[in-house]
Write a protein that binds this ligand. Structure first.
Ligand code: OXD
Ligand code: MN
Length: 587
């Protein structure tokens, strides 16, 4: 029930299309949450985990066909196909509405329709945006309650006259043939059917806070990015805030909650967000970031006390686990968790675990948990204006080519560098894992408009401020000839962040190369780390032969955007090609 006539009319229209048995306006209360959980325990949607060791934790096993984002079924429906760009699947808006509305027809018969008002961003922030998700999934409601700020206060925001994004979701028949995630940025609308998986169904997250928000951000002069936000405190207590973009399942959650290795005494990382950043230029010319989300929807496998202790201390209570395995004590379990593998496990599909049938936990199994439970949660995470960003960091999963770290020469070069990011694909989306693909700004699956226009938008910030953050590129994933990772990663990534902070403070040196500014091996603090000097040198080496091929590949990809590709990006390609060829001749 609402005082907002537009919202009331839309809810009525959806109800006459989908024909639910009941309509429930979600208030976000404890009582409502308890009732929803009770219902899902009764109908088998959830299983209660060990109350003593995992209080208030639940396990959900999804349909085995519905375990990841579906990029091939995700569409951006703009009037002009060019606005969606070659980076998106496009469908004419009228055709898309007809196609999905046919599937929504009567789909909620026998079900309850939940209306979830939500806010992305802190209460009271001028940068927060509202949405309303209509869904027939109680699992979506309880996950949205963790991931966003839902209920009365969000509805007050809408009823106060603010615009809202409309998101219609139904699990439909969970049939991959009848599954679509449609975005209508010109109408601030999302329609998703046929999947209950987080990225396809929790519409505040990828659909709203990235695809629709990136479109709005372009027209309004800000940025909606696939970035974690963290604060790095040095031993003097000084805090430097950075935002970092990595493709899905490349360690954003681990970096956001990093625990300093013992040798880096006095350093500490504070967590603000692990997946999405909304960045606005402040009156002071700096870029300020808020995390629009309120929770973490993280990848479970590989998470342990040694890889991410803060995360382990976050997710042991009030968490929803999806597609993890379960021990005989009803504790969640996944590959890479601490301790020996139990002899008896129930796998993610509810079967006795058999290694022949694959891993016990699905590689994209997840936990949903409130950010406020994180021991490293920053006291700045909810401040309305956000935090000032000193560095933007981009990276991908590359077993070869990209060095451990480099700094862009300036903003234009930084935008080019970010546009040129490539990464090996992961289990976060359906499709082949381990294939190198270009993933500009880690936004390939999430940019709600033509990448060429997106890069032009990024470049336009140069005209608007002289205090923009420095831009860096990192790669934690280089492998040696034996296929082993050369860099220890996890907590030791702080050693690279230290160099980045010192560059921002004007304290560290760098060496110029055609691809950017690199540290000398001795400028990275390796104290307490068992790493040969040759290894750090190899991690920082730029091989002109390999980079010659890499830049050709980048050129081919970026040129596929045709005339819309900004001239400043073309100029960067030409400069780097020329300088690499000069360095080849000099060698
Ligand atoms: C995510 C993703 O869930 O990027 O954050 O897939
Ligand atoms: Mn993500």
């Amino acid at each position: 029930m609402t005082k907002n006539p537009e919202l009331a009319a839309w809810v009525d229209a959806v109800a006459s299309l989908t024909k639910p048995d009941n309509i429930h306006w979600v208030d976000g209360s404890e009582t409502e949450y308890g009732d929803l959980i009770k219902g899902m325990l009764a109908d088998g949607t959830l299983e209660k985990l060990n109350e003593e060791t995992y209080p208030n934790c639940f396990l959900h096993r999804s349909d085995p066909n519905d375990v990841a984002r579906v990029e091939h079924l995700t569409f951006v429906c703009t009037t002009d196909s060019e606005d969606a760009g070659p980076n998106n699947n496009w469908m004419d808006p009228a055709e898309a509405h007809t196609k999905v509305d046919e599937l929504f027809k009567g789909c909620m018969r026998g079900r309850t329709m939940y209306v979830i008002p939500y806010l992305m961003g802190p209460y009271g922030s001028p940068f927060s945006r509202a949405g309303v998700e209509i869904t027939d999934s109680a699992y979506v409601v309880v996950n949205m309650r963790i991931m966003a700020r839902i209920g009365r206060r969000a509805l007050d925001h809408i009823e106060g006259g603010n615009s809202f994004v409309r998101g219609l979701h139904s699990v439909g028949e969970l049939d991959p043939e009848k599954r679509f995630v449609m975005h209508f940025p010109e109408e601030l609308m999302i329609k998703s059917i046929g999947s209950g998986y987080g990225g396809n169904a929790l519409l505040g997250k990828k659909c709203h806070a990235l695809r629709i928000a990136s479109w709005q951000a372009r027209t309004e002069g800000w940025l909606a990015e696939h970035m974690l936000i963290l604060g790095i405190e040095d031993p003097t207590g000084n805090k430097t805030y950075v935002a970092a973009a990595f493709p899905s399942a490349c360690g954003k959650t681990n970096l956001a909650m990093l625990v300093a290795p013992p040798a880096l005494d006095g350093w500490k990382v504070w967590t603000i967000g692990d997946d999405i950043a909304w960045l606005h230029l402040g009156e002071d010319g700096r870029l300020w970031a808020i995390n629009p989300e309120a929770g973490f929807f993280g990848v479970a496998p590989g998470t342990s006390l040694s890889t991410n202790a803060n995360c382990m201390h976050t997710l042991g209570r009030n968490a929803i686990y999806t597609n993890v395995a379960m021990t005989s004590d009803k504790e969640p379990w996944w590959e890479g968790i601490d301790g020996p593998k139990p002899s008896e496990l129930i796998d993610w599909q509810g079967r006795p675990h058999d290694v022949e049938k694959g891993p016990a936990a699905h590689p994209n199994s997840r936990f949903t948990v409130a950010a406020s439970q994180c021991p490293s949660y920053s006291d700045q995470a909810n401040v309305p204006q956000g935090v000032p960003i000193s560095a933007l960091i981009f990276g991908g999963r590359r077993s070869a080519v990209a060095p451990l770290v480099f700094e862009a020469l300036d903003w234009e070069h930084g935008v080019f560098t970010a546009a040129a990011v490539a990464s090996e694909t992961t289990a976060a989306a359906t499709g082949k894992v381990g294939q190198v693909r270009r993933d500009p700004m880690a936004m390939k699956p999430f940019c709600g408009y033509n990448f060429a226009d997106y890069w032009a938008h990024w470049l336009s910030f140069k005209e608007r401020s002289e205090k923009l953050p420095k831009i860096f590129n990192v790669n934690w994933f280089r492998k040696d000839a034996n296929g082993s990772f050369m860099w220890p990663g996890f907590g030791d990534n702080l050693r690279v962040l230290q160099w980045i902070v010192e560059r921002c403070q004007g304290k560290a040196d760098a060496i110029k190369s055609p691809i950017g500014l690199l540290p000398d091996g001795k400028d990275i603090d390796l104290n307490g780390l068992d790493l040969e000097p040759e290894t750090i040198d190899a991690l920082l080496a730029i091989d002109p032969e390999i980079w010659h091929t890499e830049v050709e590949d980048i050129d081919e990809y970026l040129s596929s955007f045709g005339d819309r590709l900004p001239g400043a990006i073309r100029a960067q390609i030409d400069r780097i090609k020329r300088e690499i060829s000069e360095s080849q001749h000099a060698a």
